[in-house]
Design a protein around this ligand. Structure first.
Ligand SMILES: Cc1ncc(C[n+]2csc(CCOP(=O)(O)OP(=O)(O)O)c2C)c(N)n1
Ligand code: SF4
Ligand SMILES: [Mg+2]
Length: 312
């Protein structure tokens, strides 16, 4: 059972007065992450909403040392900092527990622009945590398509809807043979918290991806962030899973969907809530377009069910 939201620690690493939109899913997720990591951590950020949300010195919204770096260097910069800390400890210039080195990067920075350095860091099994907060688009620059944008979604670079399905980035990271990979989302804060606690306790590269429904790109009422996140999981559009040393397990409610105990909710209702899909739902071929999205989801569920049977 995941930790209850009522039992999460009181410590806050995301401070009030930060620059995020009200109801920002990425900031909500970061708050949970902060509760799990505590203050002894170093944060790396690539250009994204998370940087804008952080605000400007002297009014930083995050209670960690924060380093803003280029998209292409999150993996390598985090690796370098992690090594530097170990050398400082060896030389007696740092005492006590070493800070956790973590990157907080959007889907654009993870799936696309920063993938090469992240892949290289994972292949070297660097002692870092890479978080991808996935709002399924380049939100900070006005909502362009990324590798995480699902089929059919409107973005400013896919005005008639993206024609390709999203890629399974978490699974790609698992194929780097790293010790821990997990997916999470803001509607299940205890699940996210537990996963971060686990990642913090492990050595090597850890990858945690958090679905972050963003009202701007997805076009819904910002008060419904958590509801959208829950609908994504219940429809199977987002699967909650984790892999410790290559062994995949699913977390509820995804576990019930995978085992067949519960059918995923039809995707229609989830799509209807979001303006980014509204153009798909009109016209004579609306059923066909929704069916294509439903079949992406069904295929991914079936694929992950089979993939989980393979133990590396
Ligand atoms: C190499 C490079 N390309 C493009 C940009 C412009 N840029 C700044 S933020 C951003 C969007 C990043 O998207 P994502 O990583 O998904 O984060 P989000 O904005 O969604 O939080 C882009 C493209 C940049 N700063 N550097
Ligand atoms: S645009 Fe979306 S991800 Fe960016 S700060 Fe606003 S709610 Fe958060
Ligand atoms: Mg994004």
């Amino acid at each position: 059972m995941a930790t209850s939201i009522k039992k999460l620690p009181d410590n806050e690493q995301v401070l009030s007065g930060n620059g995020a939109c009200g109801g920002c899913p990425a900031t909500m997720a970061l708050r949970m992450v902060g509760k799990a990591l505590g203050p002894n951590a170093i944060m790396l950020l690539t250009p994204a909403c998370a940087v804008a949300s952080m605000g400007m010195t002297p009014r930083l919204g995050y209670n960690w040392p924060c380093i803003n770096i280029t998209f292409a260097s999150a993996g390598s910069s985090a690796s370098g900092i992690s090594h530097a800390l170990e050398i400082m400890k060896e030389k007696g210039r740092l005492q006590g527990e070493l800070p956790t080195v973590f990157s907080w990067v959007g889907d654009g920075g993870t799936y696309d622009i920063g993938f090469q350095a992240l892949s290289a860091a994972a292949e070297r099994n660097e002692n870092i945590i890479h978080f991808c907060y996935n709002n399924e688009a380049y939100s900070n620059t006005g909502v362009q398509r990324s590798g995480a944008t699902p089929r059919g979604s409107f973005t400013t670079t896919t005005p008639t809807g993206k024609s390709q399905p999203k890629k399974n980035m978490a699974l790609l990271m698992l194929e780097h043979n790293i010790p821990y990979v997990a997916t999470a989302t803001v509607a299940y804060p205890g699940d996210l918290y537990d996963k971060v606690v686990k990642a913090k306790s492990m050595r090597g590269t850890k990858y945690i991806e958090i679905l972050a429904p963003c009202y701007l790109g997805w076009q819904f009422d910002m008060a419904e962030t958590v509801q959208l996140s829950r609908m994504a999981v219940r429809s199977g559009a987002w699967l909650l899973w984790e892999a410790e040393n290559g062994r995949i397990s699913f977390n509820n409610p995804t576990a019930q969907i995978i085992s067949g105990k519960k059918a995923p909710e039809p995707v229609d209702e989830y799509l209807l809530k979001q303006g980014r899909f509204s153009h798909l739902l009109k016209g004579p071929d609306a059923r066909e377009r929704i069916a294509a999205i439903q079949s992406d989801i069904d295929r991914e569920i079936a694929f992950m069910r089979e993939r989980a049977k393979i133990v590396i």
